[in-house]
Design a protein around this ligand. Structure first.
Ligand code: FCB
Length: 474
């Protein structure tokens, strides 16, 4: 047999077993907010409050995934996805915020998981992607320590019913947003604006994570994977001036170390406690909490979109706040003297600069600081002003370029020894983008919101080819 007749060796750009996925979240896609016994969440209340979401958009219908999940799983299969990251809606599963499970709510996830498995797609479930049952908000929400215990109860109910088929669980998605956008700048539900509350909520969310890990481990088989997803910031000082470096240290504390230290080392960073002493005495931290919070986890999920450039305030040239989250108030507690600036580079429709190096920087930092911990990119993607042209096609070359650049950063990081195990693109479908409503399209599948028609964009076909070949086009 000649050499030419031999099949070419399969070479891929990514590590063996690399997981190719896409991500969504319950409130952003499900709709059916009053069906199957679901009660309102804080996002129902918030989106129905005039002025909170652009154009008064709500998740009432969203992209109707609750009814169309079969069609959506078929789309995933067409893409060749190996895994699908979605979130469970707490108010569907435990509508009263405590007490027994609502079997009808669980039935929906049961059907979804079975449909995924029938198509060979691994389900990856997040327990909390921001939709706290409103009844718990009425009892104080994340300011009430008891909410953390309620979360653990909910985690048990979900794991008990679905743990035989879901092997990969994440407690919280981006607790930074829940605490700092929900309680600091108020651009997310529940829309409160008090830096002391943001820190209280932060701690109670981490406590919920720790208690949730314990609850999941008690219910799940020993080989189940339990994780947490953080939107860590690639913080860059504007210059090497000591004042700018100090601003970067402070933001790194509030964005990154305020999570990584307690979760992986069982302590809060001393400089963050000092920097925020004027805002909070941190008396909400009780004995034993940090041991709970630092229960071992199996991997860390990283969501990345754009870097964060900071500098010391320049009283001569005050700059408008530019941290990309909208709103008038700062989400950052005790951030006096810090300026947020846009990074260089082209911008997405969110106004977020495109900079894939930030992802590489974060991945290599995690490799160095948490040696051996498996990492997953649990979200990465971009919004652009996509439209369907007269032939029905949706051309999104900018999104393809964004994904290409960021996947190349993942490839480089893997080649440099980062234990990155998978990539979940945000998002499968255009959806309800929180306070920006339906105006920001992140999907690789276009959704005509009025007809609910799904049309894969060029980026969907591009991603399918990357998945099929395991390589980035040259
Ligand atoms: C992340 C959220 C996700 C989505 C993207 C664009 O912060 O986790 O739900 O809104 O941003």
């Amino acid at each position: 047999m000649s050499v030419e007749a031999l099949p070419a060796p399969v070479r891929t750009d990514f590590p063996a077993g690399f997981v190719w996925g896409a991500a969504t979240a319950a409130y952003q896609i499900e709709g059916a907010v009053a069906e199957g016994g679901r009660t309102p969440s804080i996002w129902d209340t918030f989106s129905h409050t005039p002025g909170k979401v652009r154009n008064g958009d709500t998740g009432d219908i969203a992209v109707d995934h609750y009814h169309r999940y079969r069609e959506d799983v078929a789309l995933m299969a067409e893409l060749g996805l190996g895994a699908y990251r979605f979130s469970l809606a707490w108010p569907r599963i435990q509508p009263a915020g405590s007490g027994p499970a609502n079997e009808t709510g669980l039935d929906f996830y049961d059907r979804l998981v079975d449909e995924l498995l029938a198509h060979g797609i691994t389900p990856v479930a997040t327990l909390y992607h921001w939709d706290l049952p409103q009844v718990l908000e009425d009892r104080g929400g994340w300011l009430n320590r008891d909410t953390a215990y309620r979360f653990a109860e909910y985690a048990s109910l979900a794991a008990r019913r679905l743990g035989d088929r879901i092997g990969s669980w994440t407690t919280l998605n981006e607790p930074w947003c829940s605490a700092f956008l929900g309680y600091g700048s108020g651009v997310h539900a529940p829309g409160r604006t008090d830096p002391a509350e943001a820190l209280t909520a932060h701690h109670h969310l981490l406590l919920a994570h720790g208690l949730g890990v314990g609850a999941l481990r008690a219910e799940l088989p020993a080989d189940a994977q339990v994780s947490l997803t953080l939107n860590l910031a690639a913080v860059r000082p504007l210059t090497q001036d000591p004042a700018d470096l100090d601003a970067a240290r402070r933001v790194d504390g509030l964005a990154n170390r305020i999570f990584l230290d307690p979760v992986f080392h069982g302590s809060y960073p001393a400089d963050v406690l000092t920097d925020t002493a004027g805002v909070s005495d941190w008396s909400f931290v009780h004995d034993g909490d940090l041991a709970e919070i630092s229960r071992p986890i199996d991997s860390l999920g990283l969501n990345y979109y754009t870097p964060t450039v900071v500098a010391a305030d320049d009283p001569e040239h005050p700059a408008p706040r530019q941290d990309g989250h909208g709103g008038e108030l700062s989400p950052w507690p005790a951030d006096t003297g810090i300026r947020f600036l846009p990074a260089e580079g082209s911008r997405t429709a969110m106004g977020w600069p495109v900079d894939a190096d930030g992802l590489y920087e974060l991945l290599t930092r995690l490799r160095d600081e948490l040696p051996g911990l498996p990492l997953l990119i649990t979200e990465n993607g971009a919004a652009y002003d996509d439209y369907s042209d007269p032939s029905g096609a949706v051309h999104d070359p900018e999104r393809v370029a964004y994904l290409h650049g960021h996947l190349d950063a993942v490839r480089r990081a893997a080649a440099d020894g980062v234990p990155v195990r998978g990539y979940f693109l945000w998002s499968l479908l255009d959806n309800f983008e929180w306070s920006f409503g339906y105006g920001k399209r992140f999907g690789v599948v276009h959704v005509d919101f009025a007809s609910q028609r799904r049309t894969p964009k060029d980026s969907a076909r591009w991603y399918a080819e990357v998945i099929r070949t395991g390589r980035l086009p040259r």
